[in-house]
Design a binder for this molecule. Structure first.
Ligand code: TLP
Length: 349
């Protein structure tokens, strides 16, 4: 029985075209800015997202950390949603390495945050008791909000409030191209109002490694220094950038297929007694659902699913996550549903 891996889109492997491009990539020392493939990727990514310059980093976590280091000094405060990946899943890096404290406001079901909450959370200037708010973080698509998409208008509303107070907005756009495909808008419409955005090459875009952070020339100059400090200078990184260029050329449009599969997956899950999911709300490739307490605890459900060769992940609390990606076909979705249904039946009996 073949295993169906729905843990994450990070499990995708490079395409043959990527492997060929990697083998043939022109390279140089990127710490000196001399790798032509890296330079091309950075320029292309910046242009696609409507920014002046870009910087290749090792991972989404590193990009988010570099943005924090670029904006915040020790004791500064960052505002983000209470479901943010940066808060839940990045090992406390903002606190440990940037010395910044995080102030949470509630995420709405769409993965956004309310501009009025942000306005209230921004610290008034001039009071020595208060930390200085220097950064607001958004996330699009929103991982823990089941891959939900923030619209350009919602993004702008938060940016306007932050900018009026002189606070920068960083967008964790790890899956920004999923958002663009789902809304059928150019990605730059989703990034126009934020100060910088990071996105991942190594998720649904199928690259083996990498993330790119884009912003103004000045911001990227600052980010470059911080990347060096956290050990992210990668020398002949053109080998990785070559895969990234293939991804930007040929892996974006196909994301619609992953979204369709996720919708079908959610519809099938909604029909299984004991699973709770709002199938109509699924917009991209992430399906988060609850499992009835009477069926099993999420950890026991996941164990039974693993034995049935369907790999899923556990975002924490009560939920279970399935993610569609390039290696998951329509048939895999149907097979995963049939195995899931059997697992739930067996756990109930
Ligand atoms: N997310 C991973 C896990 O960490 C949960 C996944 O499997 O989805 N921002 C967002 C919104 C992300 O979803 C992730 C990775 C990152 C940043 C970090 O990217 P990497 O893994 O490249 O450091």
């Amino acid at each position: 029985m073949a295993s169906i891996d729905l843990r994450s889109d990070t499990v995708t492997k490079p395409t043959d075209e990527m492997r060929r491009a990697m083998a043939e990539a022109e390279v140089g020392d990127d710490v000196f800015g001399e790798d032509p493939s890296v330079n091309e990727l950075q320029e292309r990514a910046a242009a696609m997202l409507g920014k002046e310059a870009g910087l290749l980093t090792a991972s989404g976590t590193m990009s988010n950390l570099i943005a924090t280091l670029a904006y915040c000094r020790r004791g500064d405060e960052i505002i983000m949603g209470d479901q943010a990946h940066m808060f839940w899943n990045e090992s406390g890096g903002q606190a440990a390495l940037a010395g910044a404290q995080t102030r949470l406001v509630p995420n709405d079901a769409q993965g956004g945050i309310n501009p009025a909450d942000v306005a209230r959370a921004i610290r008034p200037k001039g009071n020595p008791h208060f930390p200085t708010t220097t950064m607001v973080c958004l996330e699009n698509t929103h991982n823990r909000c089941s891959g939900m998409v923030m619209t350009p208008a919602d993004t702008k509303a938060v940016c306007d409030v932050a900018h009026q107070a002189g606070v920068a907005v960083h967008l964790d756009g790890a899956r920004i191209f999923n958002a663009a495909v789902a809304l059928e808008v150019p990605a730059e419409e989703l990034t126009r109002d934020v100060d910088d955005v990071s996105f991942c090459l190594s998720k649904a875009l199928s690259c083996p490694v990498g993330s790119v952070i884009v912003g103004s020339k000045d911001f990227i100059k600052e980010a470059h220094k911080w990347r060096k400090m956290v050990g992210g200078g990668m020398r002949q990184a053109g080998v990785l950038a070559a895969a990234g260029l293939v991804a930007l050329d040929s892996m974006v449009d196909r994301l619609a297929e992953d979204h369709q599969n996720a919708r079908r997956l959610a519809q099938g899950l909604a029909n299984i007694d004991g699973i709770k999911v709002d199938a109509d709300s699924i917009q991209t490739n992430i399906v988060i659902f609850d499992i009835d307490d009477q069926v099993a605890k999420p950890q026991d459900f996941i164990k039974a699913m693993t034995e049935a060769e369907v790999l899923v992940s556990y975002p924490g609390e009560r939920s279970v996550r399935m993610v569609t990606h390039r290696h998951i076909s329509g048939e895999d979705v149907e097979e995963a549903l049939s195995r899931t249904s059997k697992v739930v039946r067996e756990l109930r009996s």
